[in-house]
Design a protein around this ligand. Structure first.
Ligand code: BV8
Length: 236
């Protein structure tokens, strides 16, 4: 039972919340985009130009995620506790395409950049769960044609998912917590401005200042597995 003064919290997470679980971030040293050029792997044009290369990039990341050494960490667990015990409205918006928030026990999760474990038919729009690999020859269950399946992931230049629902929650929240994101990618990096404009208390919890750190009322820096559990106890 939470005794907090807040009634409606929105949490935004990025790759930093999964870093201590062993999933590489994007822009830190050794980050994903250091070895893979966004234009070559994470755009619709790249998929069109070289489907084999793009599909295997996502197959490899899905295989990594299935590695038993990759488990939710204390930051994921603390966010699941926050959803369980906070007695106001709770929404977790993640930029991550891994499933660690669900595996930690969060239910009300929006994957605004899609999910590694899902594929979509480019003709019918049908979304399928997938465990293994998807190749360019695979046939979709809806049209029975090869070459129509793509990762259900938001590429650069594509509209993130559930933006209306996210914006509504941002306008209604009185606490906005941004965790483990560099504040580089829009429109996610703009959420703090919307929340602040709606009168919410805004908090950045990250390893180091993000590109939008000055927009937050409160900032705390350190590894997510240390600062998130503490902050959640403060809210509860
Ligand atoms: C859109 C899915 C328009 C794929 C991702 C030119 C053309 C087109 C668009 C643009 C353009 N110029 C700018 C844009 C907008 C573009 C954009 O913002 N680009 C940036 C690079 C400038 N955005 C888009 O294209 C978006 N769409 O604008 O559509 C539109 C409008 C109307 C109608 C149609 C279209 C779509 C963006 C989504 C792209 N897809 N991911 C995949 O994952 O493979 S983005 C990718 O970046 C991931 O989702 C990732 O989560 C996200 C953000 O990165 P972060 O999560 O912040 O990760 P990062 O590594 O950057 O930072 C990690 C942080 O963690 C660091 O701060 C670090 O300090 C911290 N950390 C590390 N360890 C820890 C830690 N913190 C705590 N504890 C630790 N242990």
């Amino acid at each position: 039972m939470s005794r907090t003064k807040y009634r409606s919290v929105v949490v935004l997470t990025g790759a930093g919340v999964s870093a201590e679980s062993g999933i590489a971030t994007f822009r830190d040293k050794g980050g994903l985009w250091e070895n893979f050029d966004i234009e070559e792997y994470a755009t619709a044009e790249a998929l069109q130009r070289n489907p084999v290369k793009v599909l295997s990039f996502y197959n490899d990341r899905r295989k990594d995620l299935l590695n038993p050494s990759i488990q939710p960490n204390e930051a994921h667990d603390a966010l699941a506790q926050l959803e369980r015990e906070f007695d106001g409205n709770f929404l977790l918006v993640t930029q991550n395409i891994d499933n660690l928030h669900e595996r930690a026990g969060n239910d009300n999760v929006i994957h605004m950049h899609g999910e590694l474990s899902k594929y979509r038919c480019m003709a019918s729009g049908h979304v399928f769960d997938v465990e293994g690999e998807i190749t360019h020859e695979d046939i979709c269950a809806c049209c029975s044609e090869p070459g129509r399946l793509r990762p259900h992931v938001v590429f650069f230049g594509e509209m993130p998912f559930e933006m209306e629902r996210i914006q509504l929650a941002l306008h209604r929240c009185d606490l906005f917590i941004s965790i483990g994101t560099s504040g580089t990618v829009y429109p996610a990096a703009d959420f703090v401005r919307i929340a602040r404009h709606s009168g919410a208390h805004t908090v950045e919890l990250n390893l180091e200042p993000s590109e939008v750190q000055s927009l937050f009322h409160e900032q705390q820096y350190g590894p997510a597995t240390e600062i998130i559990p503490h902050y959640v106890q403060r809210v509860l």
